[in-house]
Design a protein around this ligand. Structure first.
Ligand code: GRF
Length: 220
């Protein structure tokens, strides 16, 4: 079966890109990354593209419409079917987002719709939430909005600082993003209105309390 052709847009480190590349190296994985576009020439993620032998392009220092036009042309030239944003730090032109509607996904380090925008982990700590996590969602013109495909949860610890919480969330990002990509590539993900339905959807049994006090008799 033909694999879904994916283009990934990055701006920096590229650890989510690396997780996606690793997933795609599995012969039975239903997607392949055919193009990486970076908004920054110095993005470390570009080295990952090179190491994996994937075509990469740099589109730096362009205003929004010019970036969108150049990116769109490259994506189409590579016959990309799905765009994945992975630490992509530029706001995309509305026309570009509309052109790729329901064919462009993003990962964000919070349980959306909480803590949209920059420094989501810092926002979570400031709000004192007991759980946070990450979200993979289809992209809409409004920042960090759009139908949610999947989420992963981590506990927030009293001693957490931004770096520790970010690292704990990042570890689950690297599991969630390949899973979401696989479900999409298998054709199991449908946008229905503002929500996503997934064929064969299995839900884990999750019940977690934070804080706990170790006395099981207090648990429901
Ligand atoms: C991740 O935390 C992602 O959720 C956010 O930007 C960060 C990118 O990290 N959108 P990396 O470049 O994938 O390592």
């Amino acid at each position: 079966m033909a694999r879904l052709r994916v283009g990934v847009l990055i701006s920096g480190r590229g650890s989510n890109l690396q997780a996606l590349i690793a997933a795609c190296t599995e012969p039975r994985f239903p997607a392949e990354i055919v193009l990486i576009i970076s908004s920054h020439a110095s993005a470390p993620g570009l080295k990952l593209a090179e190491a994996a032998g994937i075509s990469a392009a740099v589109l730096p220092h362009r205003e929004r419409a010019a970036f969108a036009a150049a990116a769109d042309e490259l994506l189409r030239a590579h016959r990309v079917e799905l765009v994945g944003l992975a630490g992509f730090m530029r706001v995309l032109a509305h026309g570009f987002v509309d052109a790729w509607r329901d064919r462009m996904v993003n990962i964000h380090p919070s349980l959306l719709p909480a803590f949209q925008g920059l420094h989501a982990q810092r926002q979570a700590l400031a709000a004192g939430v007991r759980f946070s996590g990450c979200t993979v969602h289809f992209v809409r013109p409004e920042l960090d909005c759009g139908p949610i495909i999947g989420q992963a949860v981590v506990a927030v610890y009293p001693e957490d600082d931004e770096e520790r919480l970010a690292a704990r969330i990042l570890a689950v990002e690297h599991r969630l993003y390949p899973l979401a990509l696989r479900l999409i590539a298998e054709g199991r993900v449908r946008v229905v209105g503002d929500r996503v339905e997934i064929d064969g959807w299995q839900v884990p049994e999750v019940m977690a309390l934070n804080p706990r006090d170790g006395r099981q008799d207090l648990l429901p």
